[in-house]
Ligand binder design. Sequence first.
Ligand code: SF4
Ligand code: SF4
Length: 183
Amino acid sequence: MLFNINISFIKTKLIFMATIDFEFRNQIIQSDIGSTLAYCYQCATCSGACPVAQVTNGRYNPRRLILDALLGLKEKIFGRENAFSIWGCTVCDTCDEVCPQKVELTEIFTILKNMSVERGEAPDYYIIQASTILENGKAIPMQPAIERRRDQLGLPKVMSPDVNEVKKLLEATKLADKIKKEE
Ligand code: SF4
Ligand code: SF4
């Protein structure tokens, strides 16, 4: 029992030692989607249903991420050492479906991911994938071997995207500048 009390005391101390960044907190809460954050009552239904939380034994934890965002604990969310706490999410939307409070978790996590990119902290795989889409108009460029195999199987040709059109759209999002910042 004494052991439990000490652990919870230490956890409480750690939370209060983290600095609250009100500007960051308001930035999220004042956005349309982020405002749903305030309805979270920490029931942990999202973490219980999250497949990533299950396979990582809770190392990735949507409930905790929501709490940190709600409290404005920016330093616990960002920084390369914390990257998995944001980027572990696969955007499967399971948490959104089960949340009894209709918190828009995945949209809030997208806001956090965008902030992470702006800070130059996106993981390498994100940069590689984004560059591939920028150059080819899609994430997995067609390869001659795959095309030959499809022909052999009698499958129809895969339509190629209009790369220039995709580039134009992505230029409007300043993706190229953001990727460059990361390299
Ligand atoms: S399921 Fe919804 S209310 Fe419960 S902890 Fe997750 S975000 Fe909060
Ligand atoms: S969207 Fe992300 S946080 Fe939500 S259940 Fe899926 S992997 Fe977990």
